[in-house]
Design a protein around this ligand. Structure first.
Ligand code: GLN
Length: 284
């Protein structure tokens, strides 16, 4: 079977299963599994494929048709231009979360200063690793209550040669962090309203860990816990950055106020939804 025949077969399969972009699905699946860049994909379209290549691609196709995201099939997801190992124990890094990285970059004037960062609920470790890739003299503490997630995060830190700059801590929020203060605290906590499980895509619902998705009945439970002790862990003129869900800005601003913290500003994602809030301890 030639590469192009495989492509046409896969395209038909995706079309018949009503995938939104059958061409793109077929192309990116084949390219990733067979490790072909865009040029190879065109130049080698007449090439006969080995049985092994066809079998590998077929196995991936079956998983994708059953609704598994390509990232989970490949075990890799790109974030901030870096490659991250992913599996069923970690939330896939999402483009939305790059808004949080941009917000921190805007806030820090001098990239060379030796800042200390705390990431609460690190998952793949994509947030601290992206930040440390920008701040060569920074160090980070990364917390997660899932030991399985931490082992993926540690693997990602090692792949990016950052193991010596990130301390991983198995902890439910601040519980296990040795008492100290951080210049910057970041988090993309679980914030989906529990009853919204019904409207989640099956890619998310069936393949991202629920522990990383749901923020209780209100979606706000994790923020309440995090805000409660924020001022103990943030230096007096430090700043904290949180990803939030669509429509949560007003509730978050109220929570910030109730927690005796100061709301500084918010930052919108690529489609204009307020996606990141910046908070400081202030002096209330
Ligand atoms: N942004 C993710 C989603 O909507 C949710 C991640 C989270 O709860 N922090 O799928």
């Amino acid at each position: 079977m030639r590469l192009n025949d495989l492509y046409l077969t896969f395209k038909r399969e995706f079309t018949s299963k009503r995938f939104e972009n059958p061409n793109l699905e077929a192309k990116s699946l084949i390219q990733s599994v067979l490790n072909l860049n865009n040029t190879d994909f065109i130049l080698k379209s007449d090439k006969n494929l080995s049985k092994e290549d066809i079998d590998n691609a077929d196995r991936a196709l079956k998983r994708r048709l059953a609704g598994e995201p390509l990232s989970k099939i490949l075990g890799i997801k790109e974030f901030w231009g870096l490659e991250f190992t992913v599996n069923e124990h970690v939330l896939d890094p999402r483009p939305d979360t790059e808004t949080l990285i941009e917000a921190v970059l805007d806030y820090v004037d001098n990239k060379d200063v030796p800042i200390k960062i705390l990431d609460l609920g690190t998952g793949t470790g994509c947030i601290p690793i992206a930040l440390l890739s920008e701040f060569p003299n920074a160090v980070a503490f990364a917390v997660d209550k899932s030991a399985d997630a931490l082992s993926i995060a540690a693997q990602n830190a090692a792949n990016h040669k950052m193991s010596n700059r990130i301390t991983f801590i198995e902890s439910d929020w601040y519980g296990g962090i040795p008492h100290q203060q951080f210049d910057i605290i970041v988090s993309n906590p679980p914030y989906i309203v529990e009853s919204d499980i019904a409207i989640l895509s099956k890619e998310v619902k069936n393949h991202d860990p629920h522990m990383a998705l749901f923020g209780g009945e209100s979606g706000l439970e994790c923020y309440k816990n995090i805000f409660y002790s924020l001022n103990k862990f943030l230096i007096p003129d430090g700043r904290a950055f949180f990803e939030i869900g669509a429509n949560q800005l007003n509730d978050i601003m109220r929570l910030v106020d109730e927690s005796n913290l100061l709301y500084c500003e918010s930052r919108a994602d690529l489609v204009g939804i307020p996606r990141v809030v910046e908070i400081c301890c202030g002096d209330k």
